[in-house]
Design a binder for this molecule. Structure first.
Ligand code: URA
Length: 214
């Protein structure tokens, strides 16, 4: 999506001082039925400028297929649109030379708040029928920290979502009521293979829901 200048400038300003690099715009049609809200881009996405173009994206595509969906039909974005990284100093095992690495990390609450105007803008522009938060970062951004993906995954939740407040320093509930279906983040499977049957069931159920709604 092309964002207005005021929006990208505001988010760049709000992101000052955080260890964030690059900017990956959300991708997909403006009239999409579904919006997927991930966590933040990683190194692959920062290079390709395509959301979910790395290993998690391969899993996401498998999940979408289970629901009978193709990427082109969906608008895909994340709670933070820049890559959060750590500075890691160490010694290279092979060469013995000191080196600095910049691995990906989970975005902080403050970083999600800094990027909140973008998510608000995307949802207001697209007004999707269904929002799929992937993992706790996306889920907390929309429904607050009392929710948990372990509890909510695969559930159909009808609710307003959190948006940036008037003082731009926290959240308030928006007016629009959305249908949300939270899902495990596709990368969750890399850390816990046992989630596979749950994830498969959730996406298959989503396919059925979309079918009955269309
Ligand atoms: N994980 C996300 O949440 N978003 C991306 O774009 C890539 C990985």
């Amino acid at each position: 999506m092309n964002y207005p200048d005021w929006l990208t400038k505001s988010v760049a300003n709000r992101s000052q001082g955080f260890l964030l690099e690059g900017f990956v715009p959300g991708a997909g049609p403006k009239d999409a039925r579904l919006v997927i809200l991930g966590e933040a881009p990683g190194r692959k996405e920062i290079a390709s400028l395509v959301p979910f173009s790395g290993a998690a994206g391969v899993e996401l595509d498998k999940n979408l297929t289970l629901a009978g969906l193709k990427r082109e039909q969906i608008y895909i974005t994340s709670a933070v649109r820049s890559r959060p990284y750590r500075i890691q100093q160490g010694i290279n095992r092979k060469t013995g030379v000191a080196e600095t690495k910049y691995p990906n990390r989970t975005p902080t609450k403050k970083e999600v708040l800094a990027h909140a105007p973008i998510t608000d803008y995307e949802l207001q522009t697209i007004q999707p029928e269904i929002i799929i938060p992937l993992g706790n970062i996306g889920l907390h951004r929309l429904l607050g920290p009392k929710h948990s993906i372990t509890q909510d995954h695969g559930q159909i939740i009808t609710s307003p979502v959190l948006e940036l407040n008037a003082d731009q320093d926290g959240y308030q509930w928006g007016n629009h009521v959305y249908t949300l279906v939270p899902m495990f983040h596709p990368a969750a499977i890399f850390y816990n293979r046992k989630l596979a049957p749950l994830i498969e069931q959730d996406w298959t159920n989503l396919g059925e829901l979309l079918h009955t709604k269309s």
